[in-house]
Design a protein around this ligand. Structure first.
Ligand code: FES
Ligand code: FES
Length: 171
């Protein structure tokens, strides 16, 4: 057993004693009851289970939770799908997912949402030319599998968010 402390969506958790072999996915879902983070392939192949890890240098990246020990997140600051909407208000990205009917079963959605959020924040920090947007969206969401084949709709939703506020994301 190891004591785990981390910050999730701005709220400190722990120290909580967890088994060393407990996955982060089980910690979130079974220990904390945060079931927005999904478990799909369980083999780090589909990226449905990723959360956002915020580094001290201001950068963020997604990380799978299904095969990752919870204790490896000790001391980190993470964001999960539950942290996107504030006071019941969806973000522009969430609204775009809904408007595009981007998801069907929804198993992959939290992963796509987290990845797309990191992508948008990256564009805010380093805007790109409009001509490079399609390729950048493709590359940012690459590796996320959707068994319901919602790829085009997810991509369209992210594109809409960027083009709705080009001064923020494009140069
Ligand atoms: S459930 Fe973690 S990558 Fe598929
Ligand atoms: S919406 Fe079903 S797996 Fe993507």
């Amino acid at each position: 057993m190891t004591a785990l402390s981390l910050t999730i969506n701005g709220t400190p958790h722990g120290p909580i004693e967890v088994r060393d072999d407990l996955s982060m996915n089980d910690f979130l879902r079974e220990v904390l009851g945060m079931t927005g983070t999904k478990f799909a392939c369980g083999a780090a192949q589909c990226l449905s289970c990723v959360v956002i890890v915020d580094d001290d240098d201001g950068t963020s990246a997604t990380r799978p939770t299904c095969v990752t020990p919870a204790i490896s997140f000790n001391g980190t600051q993470i964001r999960t799908v539950e942290g996107h909407a504030k006071e019941g208000k969806l973000t522009a990205l969430q609204k775009a997912f809904v408007a595009h009917y981007a998801f069907q079963c929804g198993y992959c959605t939290a992963g796509f949402l987290n990845e797309a959020q990191v992508f948008l924040e990256g564009l805010q920090a380093t805007p790109i030319p409009r001509a490079g947007l399609e390729q950048a969206i493709l590359e940012s969401l690459d590796g996320h599998l959707c068994r319901c084949s919602g790829y085009v709709r997810y991509h369209g939703a992210v594109r809409d968010v960027v083009l709705a506020d080009p001064a923020r994301y494009l140069r």
